[in-house]
Design a binder for this molecule. Structure first.
Ligand SMILES: Nc1ncnc2c1ncn2[C@@H]1O[C@H](COP(=O)(O)OP(=O)(O)O)[C@@H](O)[C@H]1O
Ligand SMILES: [Mg+2]
Length: 273
C-alpha cells in the first residue's frame, strides 16, 4: 500500500477517563476508498474512537494524521475542515426542523451566503438557497428519502431519522465518513436497504475534493458488516484484537471467543454463520 493512498493514520492512540482506559494503543492505516468495519462488545471503545477521530476528545497519547497533516490535539473544526464527518449513535437531529433543513445545515457549512445576504433577501442569496435546496434533495434521494424533505424530522420513524443523519453528514462533502451504529433500530429489510445505500455511497459519492468517500462503520449487525466492509477491526476492552478481511475475522478464534461466539451474542453469531 503506497503511503499517499493512506488517508487517515492512527498511531498508538490511547484515551483514559480517570482510571478507565477506553482505548489503548490503537493503530490504523486507512486507505482511500476502504470501508472499514469496527466491531466489539458494548464498552469496547468504538464510540470513543470516533470522538477522537473528530476532535471531540483529545487523546491521552498517540497521534492522528489526516491527509498527511498531524491533527493531534486539534478541535472539531479542524477535523471537519480536514474532511471528516460523522453520524451519532444517539441520533442528533433538529427534531423540529424539516428533513431538508437538517441536511441544509451541513450544506451551509460550505455554501452559505452569510446571514446578512439571506436576511435582506439579495438575489444571490436566494439563488444559493435554491442551489442548497436542490443539493439537499439530491442527497435525500441518495439515502432513499426522496420526497420526504418537507416532513418534520422528529416525526419520522427512527430508521429514517438515521438516514437523515447520513445525508446531513454527506452534505459536508467528507472524504472520511464515520457511521456509529447506522442500523440500530432498523428491521432486517431496512438494514438490507441501508447496506445497499452505503454501498452506493462508497461507489458514487465524492468529497468536495473529488475523492471517493472512505468509510468507517461501527455496527453490531454482522450481516451488514461482513457483506459491506472491505476490512474489519475488532476491539475488545479498548484493545485491537484483530484486523483483517471479513472472512479472516469470521474464522479468528480469539474474535469468536471474545465477541462473535458468546451465548449472549448468539443472534450475532448466527448472522455470521
Ligand atoms: N466521556 C466519557 N467519560 C467517562 N467514561 C467514558 C466516556 N466515554 C466513554 N467512556 C467509557 O469508555 C469505555 C468505552 O466506551 P465507548 O467508547 O462508548 O464504547 P462502545 O462505543 O464500544 O460501546 C466505557 O467504559 C465507557 O464507560
Ligand atoms: Mg458506542
Amino acid at each position: 500500500m503506497s503511503t499517499d493512498s493512506i488517508i487517515l493514520g492512527v498511531r498508538d492512540l490511547s484515551k483514559s477517563f480517570g482510571g478507565v482506559t477506553a482505548i489503548s494503543g490503537w493503530c490504523l492505516d486507512l486507505a482511500r476508498g476502504e470501508i472499514l468495519g469496527m466491531i466489539g462488545p458494548n464498552g469496547a471503545g468504538k464510540t470513543t474512537a470516533f470522538n477522537l477521530l473528530t476532535g471531540v476528545l483529545a487523546p491521552s497519547s498517540g497521534r492522528i494524521v489526516l491527509h498527511g497533516r498531524d491533527l493531534t490535539g486539534s478541535g472539531p473544526e479542524a477535523f471537519a475542515r480536514g474532511g471528516i464527518s460523522r453520524t451519532f449513535q444517539n441520533i442528533r437531529l433538529f427534531q423540529d426542523l424539516s428533513v431538508w433543513e437538517n441536511v441544509a445545515v451541513g450544506l451551509h457549512m460550505h455554501e452559505g451566503p452569510g446571514w446578512i445576504a439571506t436576511v435582506i433577501g439579495l438575489p444571490s442569496a436566494r439563488r444559493r438557497e435554491r442551489t442548497i435546496r436542490e443539493k439537499a434533495e439530491a442527497l435525500l434521494e441518495t439515502v432513499g428519502l426522496a420526497g420526504m424533505g418537507s416532513r418534520r424530522a422528529g416525526d419520522l420513524p427512527y430508521g429514517l431519522q438515521r438516514k437523515v443523519e447520513i445525508a446531513r453528514a454527506l452534505a459536508t462533502g467528507p472524504s472520511v465518513l464515520l457511521l456509529d451504529e447506522p442500523a440500530a433500530g432498523m428491521n432486517p429489510s431496512e438494514t438490507a436497504h441501508l447496506t445497499e445505500t452505503l454501498r452506493a455511497i462508497a461507489r458514487a459519492a465524492r468529497s468536495h475534493a473529488g475523492e471517493p468517500v472512505t468509510m468507517v462503520v461501527v455496527e453490531h449487525d454482522m450481516r451488514l458488516v461482513m457483506s459491506l466492509c472491505t476490512r474489519v477491526q475488532v476491539l475488545d476492552r479498548g484493545v485491537l484484537l484483530a484486523d483483517g478481511a471479513p472472512a479472516e475475522i469470521q474464522r479468528d478464534e480469539r474474535v469468536i471467543a471474545a465477541y462473535l461466539g458468546s451465548g449472549r451474542k448468539k443472534d450475532r453469531a448466527d448472522a455470521v454463520a
